[in-house]
Ligand binder design. Structure first.
Ligand SMILES: Cc1ncc(COP(=O)(O)O)c(C=O)c1O
Length: 373
């Protein structure tokens, strides 16, 4: 069976080389595995030019584990977080604060409206008890891009600390730790680096991490401890996701071969453009205007036709070899198509053709799709 192409924001389509890297078993005590981990961390830090200022602390689990660990470790128990929300992952940040018992204020804008630096400036001005700001760089629930650099400048200007969930943007959209000040930036193995899922990592500002001893509510999520143990032994504190680390190492070799971040960005941008153009040609409208659309994942309005049903549509597109993603909006019916993973513009053209055929086979009149809802 030919494996389907995943047009999803992680897990995503990986290369054969990356998958093959998982065919070997590694002992967690073995020097060679420890070197693999330290090489991965070094390469990750290089992507953000962060070796001088930040530690890379890897953590077992999905992306949310690493986000929760970053908040639990770096926000002291008497801290107060301004959580910026314009989608489901922003809401998840707020939920993490609530579950961990960190006091927070949520600032929510519409799902098609980026948070602005002016908003953050005003909110920090109004409440001097805030200590941290937490934001989603690319809000994957729509694909909207928030203006990270401008927000980071304002946060620094107020002397506050920034926590960035860059899960779906890291590796593709440029972030330079020498220019964008932050205490924590969080991402994971199975996103734009095109590894497999199973490991998150947090770039933690060195002084902030050194001051974080005893903050964490949890043993397994304590990044201070995770880092201290790894720095002194070279090993992971608890059972490492060995095959995930090996796959990520191989994925990073290919990342460098491709030309690093600029090349990855270019490929995803061209995927995104091919997708947007192709879908517009079918009459399917994207949810976000181009100016705030990140080249990571695109949300499309579902056809306004009683014969349309996501599950049936999904199955038909899947039968043609492509896995789509459901929408995550509450107010409007949408579906999403990812632009990331080991795919190129020709895959996007083929996906658009598969979508057209699927809609035709559902007797959805493509010529009627163009009109705004
Ligand atoms: C912005 C963002 N934050 C966090 C996550 C983490 O989710 P998970 O724990 O399912 O990996 C994701 C996953 O796609 C994401 O896109």
């Amino acid at each position: 069976m030919t494996p389907p192409i995943l047009l999803t924001p992680g897990p995503l389509t990986t290369s054969a080389r990356t998958r093959q890297a998982m065919l070997m078993d590694w002992g967690s005590w073995d020097d060679r595995f420890n070197q693999l981990t330290s090489s991965v961390c070094e390469q990750l830090l290089a992507i953000i030019n962060g070796a001088a200022s930040h530690h890379c602390v890897p953590l077992q689990g999905s992306g949310t584990f690493a986000v929760e660990a970053a908040i639990g470790t770096l926000v002291p128990r008497n801290g107060k977080v301004l959580v910026l929300i314009n989608g489901a992952y922003g809401k998840r940040l707020a939920k993490i604060c609530a579950v961990l018992g960190r006091v927070f204020t949520a600032f929510e804008t519409a799902e098609d409206e980026p948070t602005t630096a002016a908003d953050v400036d005003r909110l920090l001005q109004a409440d001097p008890t805030l200590t941290h700001v937490a934001l989603i760089h690319c809000e994957t629930s729509t694909g909207i891009l928030n203006p990270l650099a401008a927000i980071a400048r304002v946060v620094k200007h107020h002397g506050k600390r920034l926590i960035i969930d860059a899960m779906s943007s890291f590796g593709a959209l440029p972030i330079d730790a020498r220019e964008v000040p932050f205490d924590a930036l969080i991402a994971a193995s199975g996103k734009c680096l095109e590894g497999v899922p199973g490991m998150g990592f947090v770039f933690a500002q060195k002084h902030a991490l050194a001051a974080a001893e005893g903050n964490c509510h949890s043993l397994a999520m304590d990044l201070f401890d995770q880092h201290r143990y790894m720095a002194s032994t070279g090993q992971w504190r608890f059972t490492p996701p060995t095959h995930v680390v090996a796959a990520l190492h191989e994925a990073l070799v290919q990342y460098a071969e491709e030309g690093g971040l600029p090349a990855r960005y270019q490929r995803y941008a061209s995927n995104c453009q091919a997708l947007l153009d192709g879908m517009a040609g079918l009459g399917l409208r994207s949810f976000l205007p181009a100016a705030i659309q990140a080249p990571i994942i695109v949300t499309f309005h579902a056809p306004q036709d009683p014969r349309y049903q996501f599950k049936a549509f999904y199955e038909r597109v899947k039968a043609k070899g492509f896995i789509l993603y459901p929408g995550k909006l509450t107010q409007v019916e949408t579906f999403r198509v990812g632009c990331i993973g080991q795919v190129d513009a020709s895959d996007m053209h083929a996906a658009v053709a598969a979508i057209a055929e699927a809609l035709q086979s559902m007797h959805i009149n493509l010529s009627s799709l163009g009109s705004p809802a």
